[in-house]
Design a protein around this ligand. Structure first.
Ligand code: CA
Length: 218
């Protein structure tokens, strides 16, 4: 847990919600996408017995935009092997400041702090160690970000491809125990993700969030 907590770079939970301008893009889904909230890190296979309530998987999101962002009603969803979805909704009133990070502890119990939210004692499916995916949707049910590891063809892949957030058939390597999938900001594909050892040096040196901001969605 301490190692996970040490990864936290900062966060705040202020008040306001500000919707980014839609611009002149003609794609309705892209118009509805904020384009500034990203899945930044995913701990798929934590040390210890992940079926226990005190051994969380972890999903970290970042606000790469210039304004605070209300995440009330946003959704994290993973595909299940039977084609269905297991999802968790961000609580009402949660907001992420510009440049800050929020860690979601998946499947564990705990108090909400400025840095961490726990999904609580739910029936959420754990992140599949052998291969799975994770999608982030905004409150309008528009996919904002996506990652797929170790195997392709998960339920959300097709929608992610349609949204310009993934390439069909791609997946990242399988994360080993305690390794973290880290988004490096270089577009929307498996190549935009590195595997980061919690004990090792960063694998994302040189990544720039500015590169993400300049990507034009389809
Ligand atoms: Ca897992």
């Amino acid at each position: 847990m301490k190692k996970i907590a040490a990864l936290l770079l900062g966060l705040a939970l202020p008040l306001s919600a500000q919707v980014m301008g839609a611009g002149i893009d003609t794609d309705p889904s892209a118009m509805d996408r904020s384009g500034v909230i990203f899945i930044e890190q995913v701990l798929v296979d934590p040390n210890g017995d992940e079926t226990l309530e005190d051994i969380p998987e972890m999903i970290q999101v970042i606000n790469a935009g210039d304004a605070d962002k209300d995440l009330s009603g946003w959704v994290l969803a993973i595909s299940q092997t039977d084609g269905s979805t297991s999802k968790w909704t961000f609580p009402q009133g949660i907001s992420l400041s510009s440049g800050r990070h929020l860690q979601v502890y998946w499947g564990t119990v705990g108090e909400i702090s400025e840095a961490i939210v726990h999904t609580g004692p739910t029936n959420l499916t754990r992140l599949h160690n052998d291969g799975g995916d994770l999608a982030l949707f905004n409150a309008s049910n528009v996919m904002e970000h996506y990652v797929q590891w170790a195997q392709a063809g998960n339920t959300h892949e097709a929608d992610a491809v349609d949204a310009g957030l993934w390439n069909i058939g791609e997946s990242t390597p399988q994360p080993k125990q305690a390794e973290i999938l880290q988004y490096n900001g270089s577009g929307f594909s498996a190549n935009a993700w590195n595997l980061l050892s919690p004990q090792g040096p960063t694998a994302v040196e040189g990544s720039t969030w500015g590169a993400v901001k300049t990507v034009e969605h389809q």
